[in-house]
Write a protein that binds this ligand. Structure first.
Ligand code: ATP
Length: 237
């Protein structure tokens, strides 16, 4: 399978504090990969480094283009959408206004209208809440809104930071099953950062386990799931 994202020797720091120490990993075209690891391992930092939000060195190739020194806006335009930790929806705007903000980089009104319908197709709860202020939505609905808003960019790669955080198990299942359908039907590849390893390993094709800024294991999701040592030491389940 061809690679959509190829990361080699990725380093990143906050000032003098070095967080990532040379990561190598890939996301297959059409695939779902997950980056696992304990609190503070550097998962969020990895996503921030990929989309140019912090200083990084190393090589990041997306669809064959070297994006390692490009600015965030340009990386977004190339087709990488980031759904940050804590969702980042505009709480004072309605659901629909949030979705329209997601299409900001696009021009065609007809296509935007079609994608809005598509977003409501994937997330029917959002249609019911279309005129409601985002700040009044439940946690699960806000997470779905953040994902739907990122999809309005028509990305080819979505970077999701702890989408299951703070959600009830049933909502997590519902959200992950929608993500799988979006992945398959819209060919959106995904890199999902999670602490909830058990659930995301059911969904992902490949997994990487991070510890203090270095990858300690990579393989198929099944290989990582079946590795007792890794499970006990890093995944806590
Ligand atoms: P979590 O699940 O807690 O978000 P994580 O694996 O995503 O964990 P990061 O948030 O990437 O970890 O943090 C990695 C390291 O970088 C931690 O030691 C953290 O304290 C440090 N760090 C994170 N953000 C900053 C920042 N803005 N300035 C300085 N240090 C930071």
């Amino acid at each position: 399978m061809s690679m959509l994202l190829e990361v080699t020797g990725l380093h990143a720091s906050y000032g003098d504090f070095r967080v990532l120490h040379g990561l190598d990993f890939t996301v297959e075209k059409g695939g779902i990969s997950t980056l696992l690891g304990a609190n503070g391992a550097g998962k969020t930092t990895t996503l921030r480094a990929l989309c140019g939000m912090i200083k990084r060195t190393g090589t990041i190739r997306f669809e064959g283009n070297d994006i390692s020194s490009k600015a965030t806006e340009e990386i977004v335009r190339l087709g990488v959408a980031h759904v940050p930790e804590g969702r980042g929806t505009f709480t004072g705007l309605t659901t629909e206004e949030n979705l329209q903000c997601g299409a900001m980089t696009r021009r065609s009104r007809a296509e935007i209208a079609r994608d809005l319908e598509q977003a409501y197709h994937w997330f029917p709860r959002l249609r019911e809440r279309r005129n409601q202020q985002a700040g009044t939505l439940s946690g699960g609905e806000q997470q779905m809104l953040a994902i739907a808003r990122a999809l309005m960019l028509r990305p080819r790669l979505m970077l999701l930071d702890e989408p299951s955080f703070g959600l009830a198990p049933l909502i997590v299942q519902e959200m992950f099953s929608i993500l799988r359908k979006v992945n398959q039907e819209e060919q959106v590849s995904m890199l999902i950062v999670e602490q909830n390893a058990g659930v995301v390993l059911e969904l992902a094709d490949n997994a990487f386990v991070l510890e203090t800024g270095g990858i300690v294991m990579s393989g198929t999701a099944a290989e990582v799931r079946d590795n007792e040592t890794i499970r006990a030491a890093y995944l806590g389940y």
